[in-house]
Design a protein around this ligand. Structure first.
Ligand code: MLT
Ligand code: MN
Length: 310
């Protein structure tokens, strides 16, 4: 299978439209070691001519398609066509579902998510722009692998959604004790993507904790694409751009005690890659000490257009 990182940034992208923090400023100024990044999404294909499955639909999807020829209509294809055959959502965050609004225009594709995430779409009438005659919404049960299909049959990829520690989307928070965090296992999931040859990749763009179940599931795998939102829990406050911690947003910090470097250190994973990187995260600076720390620990920092062949 071939994976393409369409967007390696977290919600807001890099630079974020209203952010004047040093990193966004540097990216806006064209600083070479500070590559701009679009919001979070991954494309997967079982091979040439098999089309694509998108994992999450970023608000930047139109630009991502424009920058990725393989995702555009083939020259000899019908007047309206796309190689995108299915979309799989891992949660209901704006950065993961707003791109669905750009996929209107009466185009057939299948949409997979947990019943909980599909209910968020059903409760928001704007998503009726996806005509049910064209976009089949398919509820997925946790821990049950399924063949990902497009309207015209199998894509050659299988997926399995599994719960990871997390929370509801920011815009669904109620503030009631116990309601927003880990209240429903279907709020935030990871995905295992498997091809016909049995090769597997794990995609976990949002995760609040690495618990033993998650560790055991991923240990021994060929590839992990993992939540790299913040380097340290309090980095947004220290940058002066907000008061929320990474953990408060449902994102495990990279480098703190108990963070992701530590949590995954004992696992055997051939390739480990940070995705969903927030615009305050110093690893965005290729010359930074923090970037060196994650690379020395065996991690790669995803960038837009990054391709991984498994
Ligand atoms: C997140 O990953 O925490 C969200 O994308 C934040 C947001 O929606 O701004
Ligand atoms: Mn996000």
């Amino acid at each position: 299978m071939r994976l393409t990182i369409l967007g390696s940034a977290a919600g807001g992208g890099f630079p974020q439209w209203n952010c004047n923090y040093r990193l966004s400023r540097a990216a806006r100024a064209g600083t070479p070691q500070m590559r701009p990044r679009l919001q979070s999404s991954l494309a997967a294909s079982a091979g040439e001519g098999r089309g694509f499955v998108l994992f999450n639909a970023s608000p930047d999807i139109r630009q991502q398609i424009n920058e990725t020829p393989a995702l555009q209509p083939a020259p000899d294809a019908p007047l309206r066509s796309t190689p995108i055959r299915a979309v799989v959502l891992t949660n209901a965050d704006v950065d993961h579902l707003a791109g669905l609004l750009s996929l209107r225009e009466r185009q057939d594709f299948h949409l997979y998510a947990t019943a909980r995430v599909l209910a968020v779409l059903a409760d928001n009438p704007i998503f009726r722009v996806l005509d049910p005659a064209h976009v089949l919404r398919l509820p997925v049960r946790l821990d049950e692998p399924f063949a990902v299909e497009g309207p015209d049959g199998p894509t050659g990829l299988c997926a399995e959604l599994f719960a990871v520690p997390g929370k509801v989307a920011l815009f669904l928070e109620t503030g009631e004790a116990g309601r927003d965090f880990e209240a429903d296992p279907e709020d935030t999931v990871g995905v295992r993507i498997t091809d016909a040859g049995g090769r597997s990749a794990f995609y976990v763009p949002g995760c609040a904790r690495v618990d033993p179940a998650l560790f055991e599931r991923v240990d021994g795998s060929a590839l992990l694409l993992f939540d790299g939102t913040v380097f340290t829990d309090d980095e947004m406050a220290r940058a002066g751009v907000g008061s929320k911690t990474g953990r408060r947003m449902g994102h495990l910090p990279i480098a703190d005690a108990g963070g992701s470097l530590e949590a995954w250190a004992g696992a055997t994973i051939a390739q480990r890659v940070f995705v969903h990187i927030n615009n305050t995260n110093p690893i965005l600076d290729e010359g930074s000490a923090e970037r060196r720390i994650v690379e020395d620990a065996g991690w790669t920092v995803a960038f837009d257009g990054m391709e991984i062949e498994l």
